[in-house]
Design a protein around this ligand. Structure first.
Ligand code: RVP
Length: 503
């Protein structure tokens, strides 16, 4: 007969954190959200990698592309570019993040002067950008002839069939700068000339990039930008346990900062064998995480046998994940974090080595994030949260007046299809472990994260802590009864929005 553990599998919503003493020092502006992202010996050495905020995005096709990685690194977190794609494509995504020059933007809205105004309006709606570069042949890096902005035309008044050249501002009337100008000089020109956008032109007259006044303000608004030692944005990359040698080589050449095995069940000899081979080849020059596990045993196995730098926790909690339904395998995410955190602390007491852990999946709201961190996670990984953002790799679509973005699991046929050129349809799958779904469009990542981070800092002030390390040591957490859950919502009051819909 199976061994039945004296334990109930629990989720984050079953816990509450008690407030601690809030002193005058406990101000949101004094809270540090910096966390280690690689194992280290506290007080003896610094970890090889940090995150400025405890957030990472899931290694999923519908989540972590270059644009999301750039947006998240600018906020202080790290994306793991998905490995369910050919090696060269994954490496190209990593390179795009590393080559991203903060402030110098590749123009994604371009048109030729003979195209009709209607085409420019369509481009502007598709990209959401009101500045369109007018180039000789409509190419991104072709000869620049001028700029068209939404101030040059009135959508419902001007003739949409007339060519763009009748509306745009030609180059001779524009302020521009030659390629090679520094970002500081470029923003100085924008400031002096009171302009919104500065085209940067190469020596052949081709458009190199654009510098926007708005980006300068964004940059100032993102003091926690996560960068490498050459001030390039930080990015992680996922590995599998099949082509890891070849894939890691390409990703190291592309200069990814963090690596992680992407597996729904990492408590396996496959993962340890792959980790050993990578360590033998690259030593400690790479920071390599793995998982996922849901038990102390799984954690210890990966750390002791696989020498991993961090371990991810979670099986079956993901919003698009049906592993528990399909295979009966998994554990409530809160219970998994509690057990692995306890094992991480025991391992630290025994060895003096602190191994960061990441709670991956099943975080349904901002309070779940705070709870995961209070229960012991050093950082979290999320899919749905980031899939909803403007910068995720999918196109938003309108359904009955609401905007949505597609979001699908890595264990769905849709995700597995990338390797159909190798295997039979769906990668030879007999059943799926993920679903193909839609999530509401959540707007630009930065705004959404600002709210989440403000809540996290405010909670930490209530708890009376100024760092995540203090949070782990001082948080007092209680389990809640079902009646407390009812009490936690709004009770015995009529909410105005509900009254309005009922009228
Ligand atoms: P969520 O944030 O709840 O959307 O969950 C994202 C996590 O779900 C991923 O980081 C991964 O661990 C897991 N996942 C991804 N695909 C699948 C699947 O198809 N079952 N699960």
């Amino acid at each position: 007969m199976a061994k039945i553990l004296e334990d109930i599998s629990r989720t984050f919503d079953e816990y509450l954190i008690l407030p601690g003493l809030t002193t005058k020092e406990h101000l949101p502006s004094n809270v540090s959200l910096r966390v280690p992202a690689a194992k280290f010996r506290p007080e003896k050495e610094e970890p090889a990698r940090y995150l400025e905020i405890p957030f990472s995005s899931a290694a999923m096709q519908s989540v972590s592309g270059s644009d999301l990685a750039i947006a998240l690194a600018r906020k202080g977190g790290c994306s793991f570019i998905f490995c369910s794609q050919p090696i060269e494509e994954q490496a190209a995504m990593v390179r795009k993040v590393k080559e991203h020059k903060a402030g110098f933007v590749d123009s994604d809205s371009n048109i030729s002067p003979d195209d009709p105004l209607s085409e420019a309006i369509a481009i502007s709606k598709r990209t959401g950008h009101s500045t369109i570069a007018v180039t000789e042949d409509g190419g991104r890096h072709s000869r620049l002839l001028g700029i068209l902005t939404d101030k040059d035309y009135w959508e419902f008044k001007d003739d949409p069939d007339r060519p763009v050249k009748d509306y745009f501002t030609p180059l001779k009337r524009l302020v521009w700068a030659p390629e090679g100008v520094s970002l500081e000089e470029a923003t100085g020109i924008l400031h002096r000339e009171k302009k919104e956008c500065l085209p940067i032109i190469d020596k052949n007259g081709n458009l190199a990039s654009l510098v926007f006044r708005k980006d300068y303000f964004d940059h100032k608004a993102n003091p926690y930008e996560l960068t490498d030692n050459r001030k390039r944005l930080f990015v992680g990359a996922a590995l599998n346990t099949h082509d890891y040698l070849e894939r890691a080589e390409a990703l190291i050449a592309a200069e990814a900062d963090l690596f992680c095995f992407d597996s729904s069940d990492g408590y396996s000899e496959w993962q340890v064998a792959a980790a050993k081979e990578l360590r033998a080849r690259y030593g400690r020059s790479i920071v390599l995480g793995g998982g996922n596990v849901v038990s102390g045993d799984g954690f210890r196995y990966l750390v002791e046998e696989g020498d991993l730098d961090f371990v991810k926790i979670g099986i079956g909690g993901g919003s698009i994940c049906i592993t528990r339904e399909q295979k009966g395998i998994g554990r409530g995410q809160a219970s998994a974090v509690v057990e692995v955190a306890a094992e991480r602390d025991r391992y630290f007491e025994e060895t003096g080595i602190y191994v960061p852990i990441c709670s991956d999946g099943g975080l349904n709201n901002d309070t779940n994030i705070i709870m995961a961190l209070a229960l012991g996670a050093d950082f979290v990984m999320m899919g749905k949260y980031f899939a909803m953002a403007e910068e995720s790799p999918t196109q938003k679509l309108n359904y009955r007046g609401m905007l949505y973005k597609p979001y699908w699991g890595e264990g769905s046929v849709r995700a597995r299809n990338w390797q159909r050129y190798k295997d039979e349809e769906g990668g030879g799958m007999l059943f799926e472990e993920g679903v193909d779904a839609y999530v509401p469009y959540g707007g630009p990542l930065s705004e959404k994260m600002d709210t989440t981070l403000a809540k996290l800092r405010a909670s930490m002030c209530n708890i009376g802590v100024l760092s995540l390390d203090e949070l782990h040591r001082q948080a007092q957490v209680v389990r809640v009864s079902s009646m407390t859950l009812v009490e936690s919502g709004t009770t015995r009051v009529e909410q105005f929005d509900r009254m309005r819909t009922e009228q």
